[in-house]
Design a protein around this ligand. Structure first.
Ligand SMILES: Nc1nc2c(ncn2[C@@H]2O[C@H](COP(=O)(O)OP(=O)(O)OP(=O)(O)O)[C@@H](O)[C@H]2O)c(=O)[nH]1
Ligand SMILES: [Mg+2]
Length: 331
């Protein structure tokens, strides 16, 4: 073997090893929130630089001046923590008389965390198949979230079927089909104008007959103020509950960029269809990550997952302490 052949073989071996390392890093589970959050996740970069940056300046000053308290209030409001929550949190921090910057930061962290309690945040998957219904206003990220969930379950070795019960928007069925192909899930189509509750029913029956572990039902986006559409959604959930015995999760998808509006919308969905968990999407595109505090506080329903981008790997579990730490981090 000549020297140039030897060099070529070594070069190929190096390229192959590098390729394997890169692929292994890419396929690392995106659900490992712990790992992502300790690095200060990219999806909170905007919130971090707005809130963390403001706090950093504040905490450099004395923790008892009126400018300090006003600055703290403004920083929390700007991050969309909400008026009532901000008032109460600032008041509680004040009452604890933190001495110096570090203590003020620690006390604020504790008070923010106390907003979350210890609600269970794991997805409640019961039954064979387990049923998940995904609801929310238009364009919040329902269909994308379904693709992300399907990809997550597929990685766990589960057999997944999607139900295209958004029979309202033209192209919704095709969009879900494209995702199903990409993530390796089966699908029950819903023709435009057909009854969404029938599609949901057919999906459950198909899942049962064909041995799927999870059936995820997509629904049309709807404004909470449209009474008839909310009733239609109620029917979808009722039919599934009756057919399956239990709906494991009714997930409400909320767009984090819609701020406090989202809280009002969410309240109506919660009343109408018995939401069991919230998925907060598009956190990567907003400096208002504090909305997670307002949502959970106002609705008394756990935020379970966070959407962090447009790809099917961009979904992480919501872990309050890590989220708050990442949000308060210095920039
Ligand atoms: N940056 C970002 N974009 C997202 C996220 N989730 C969804 N999107 C984008 O939001 C847009 C709407 O997503 P869809 O999944 O179609 O939303 P939907 O709620 O199903 O919409 P309708 O069915 O029309 O009500 C798409 O461009 C998605 O790529 C997220 O977590 N981050
Ligand atoms: Mg959709």
């Amino acid at each position: 073997m000549t020297t140039s052949q030897l060099i070529l073989i070594v070069a190929i071996a190096i390229v192959v090893v590098l390729g394997v390392v890169v692929l292994a890093r890419r396929s690392a589970s995106p659900t490992d929130a712990r790992e992502l959050l300790t690095e200060g996740p990219a999806y909170l970069a905007k919130t971090r630089s707005a809130l963390g940056g403001r706090l950093q300046k504040l905490f450099g000053a004395a923790a008892s001046t009126s400018e300090f308290w006003q600055g703290l209030e403004e920083a929390l409001l700007a991050a969309d923590v909400g008026v009532v929550a901000t008032d109460e949190i600032v008041q509680r921090v004040k009452e604890r008389h933190p001495e110096g910057a570090e203590e003020a930061r620690r006390v604020l962290r504790e008070e923010l965390l106390s907003e979350f309690g210890d609600r269970p945040r794991d997805l409640h998957l019961t039954g064979a198949p387990s049923v998940i219904v995904v609801v929310g206003v238009n364009g919040t990220g329902k269909t994308t979230t379904i693709a992300k969930l399907a990809a997550l379950f597929a990685r766990e070795g589960k057999k997944v079927i999607l139900g295209a019960a958004d029979t309202f928007r033209a192209g919704a069925d095709a969009q879900l089909k494209t995702w199903a192909e990409r993530v390796g899930a089966d699908i029950v189509s819903g023709h435009e104008g057909s009854d969404p509750a029938s599609v949901a029913f057919d999906t459950y029956e198909a899942a049962k007959a064909r041995g799927h572990d999870v059936a995820i039902i997509d629904t049309a986006g709807r404004l909470h103020s449209k009474h008839n559409l909310m009733q239609e959604l109620g029917k979808v959930v009722r039919v599934l509950a009756k057919t399956a015995g239990e709906v494991g999760e009714t997930l409400l998808v909320i767009d984090a960029t819609s701020g406090q509006n989202a809280v009002t919308q969410a309240r109506v969905f919660t009343e109408q269809v018995g939401v069991t968990g919230v998925v907060l999407t598009k956190l990567d595109g907003t400096a208002r990550g504090g909305v997670v505090v307002a949502v959970e506080r106002e609705l008394d329903i756990p935020v379970k997952l966070i959407g962090t981008g447009e790809n099917f790997g961009d979904l992480v579990p919501f872990v309050p302490c890590m989220f708050i730490d990442a949000m308060l981090e210095d920039t």
